[in-house]
Design a protein. Structure first.
Length: 471
């Protein structure tokens, strides 16, 4: 199906596109005229005229905006939603919500002391969010708040990015480099560049009087740097940061093919003094799915990695799983959750598949079968029920563009194992210092203004800029 839209203004254009795509996820959506379905939005000062044309059928609406920009955005979204709901006879669990951090809506309501019923009413009437999602959202926001209330305003995070993987997964859209011979030859220089950037970052941390409470080694697969390079980074960190302030270090070990005894020995040595949070991410426990998505391992390899990590004393282990992977049905996904629960990780992050523009999956979409939205929604509800039955609480949440069913990603954990970095990056109330290729630093100011500083995604360009050399 081809969908076109036209507007005489750029106003609320993102929301316009987002809600259309949420109702018609597999359609081609373009600006212009002549689609199977055509939308138009005309703005005349505070008045808006909406029209939907489908064959000989026309639906029209007109309404008034208000002086408040944020409230006008919601009014516009609700009217688009009403029009599409009439046309499709469908409702979206997340209503008109477009933001990737939904708990940021709830957090100030909790700070104001609103009652649960008042918050539910605000979410359901203002954003058309369903009762079930409203309750999940409030539950997550309360758990996030309990984590953030234990921090002072000068607390901050440090992200260390290594965007390199043994292979690139089918669904991945990160600017992640595969481990080719050429990339392997750059690992030493990349480590030197990271350390050089870290040295400059420590100065900025000191200037801002920040205390680094959480460090996150992300990627990619950070372990591909090699044990000696990882040791260099740890040594540099602890020569320059106050260990007493650090409450958590997350290491995205990720795949079992990057986890070995030398890595676990190094991390276990650090965990004697610090809380090391180790990520071992199966994504699925179905070996056929793992082949399809480009993973060079089996679920038995995941189980062995878990057993080895526990031998070295790791108690804080996170596992990522993905709902909606190509070719999987309801039974495949339920098997994954049940298999991961047998491993008893401290936390489980449940992602809903997102078909990202830069991923290989976007270009191979028609080669696979996918779950329908109703099945995905039912499985998300089942997941929350089964994980809470096993003692896990939902403690952070985010959403992405082009997610199946316009749903959500939720982090669950056993009480006391909340990922501090995950909560801090979602609420954006503290500075995030980020080093490495494609890393994004965020600085939060008193007026809630956020400034972002972007590093280049290409590792060659990153190295040449940091070390001032030709690569």
């Amino acid at each position: 199906m081809r969908i076109t839209y036209f507007s005489n203004s750029q106003k609320f254009l993102y929301d316009f596109q987002h809600i259309i795509r949420a109702f018609y996820p597999s359609a081609e959506v373009k600006f212009g005229h002549g689609g199977d379905i055509h939308f138009e939005a005309y703005f005349e000062e505070m008045k808006v005229f909406l029209k939907l044309q489908k064959g000989n059928k026309t639906i029209q609406k007109d309404f008034l905006l208000v002086d408040d920009e944020h409230e006008s955005k919601k009014i516009f979204g609700r009217n688009i939603y009403d029009l599409l709901k009439d046309e499709t006879k469908r409702e979206l669990p997340w209503g008109i919500l477009t933001g990737i951090r939904p708990t940021k809506i709830v957090y100030p309501l909790l700070e104001q002391g609103l009652k649960e019923e008042e918050i539910y009413k605000f979410l359901q009437e203002g954003y058309y969010i369903s009762e079930k999602k409203s309750k999940l959202l409030l539950k997550v926001a309360k758990n996030e708040m309990s984590v953030l209330n234990r921090l002072d305003p000068f607390s901050a995070c440090l992200y260390i990015g290594i965007p390199i993987c043994p292979t690139k997964c089918l669904y991945c859209s990160f600017s992640c480099h595969e481990m080719t011979r050429q990339v392997k030859s750059l690992l030493g220089m990349y480590t030197d560049s990271l350390i050089c950037e870290l040295e400059k970052t420590y100065q900025k941390i000191e200037e801002n009087r920040n205390k680094i409470v959480a460090i996150y080694f992300g990627g990619g697969s950070p372990a591909v740097l090699g044990i000696e390079n990882i040791k260099k980074i740890f040594t540099n960190l602890f020569e320059n940061l106050e260990k007493d302030h650090i409450r958590e270090i997350t290491f995205e070990a990720g795949r079992p093919d990057t986890i070995d005894v030398s890595l676990l020995e190094l991390l276990a040595d650090q965990s004697k003094e610090l809380n090391i949070r180790l990520c071992i991410n199966p994504q699925s426990s179905n070996d056929n799915t793992l082949k399809i998505i480009g993973r060079n391992h089996t679920f038995e390899d995941i189980k062995r990695a878990f057993a080895l990590a526990k031998e070295y004393g790791f108690k804080n282990i996170n596992s990522d799983v993905i709902l909606g992977l190509p070719g999987e049905d309801e039974n495949d996904y339920k098997k994954t959750i049940e298999d991961v629960l047998k491993l008893s990780p401290a936390s489980i992050t449940v992602h809903t598949l997102s078909i990202k523009r830069a991923s290989l999956l976007r270009f191979k979409w028609n080669e696979y079968e996918f779950m329908d939205e109703e099945t995905v929604n039912n499985l998300l509800n089942w997941t929350q029920y089964i994980l809470e039955e096993h003692g896990y609480i939902p403690y952070y949440m985010y959403r992405q563009k082009n997610m199946i069913g316009n749903f959500e990603n939720v982090g669950y954990c056993k009480r006391g194992f909340e990922g501090l970095y995950n909560v801090m990056i979602m609420q954006e109330k503290h500075n995030i210092y980020a080093c490495g290729a494609k890393a994004v630093s965020k600085f939060v100011y008193e007026d809630d203004r956020i400034e972002r500083i972007f590093n280049p995604a290409d590792i060659k360009l990153y190295i040449s800029r940091i070390l001032n050399v030709d690569v």
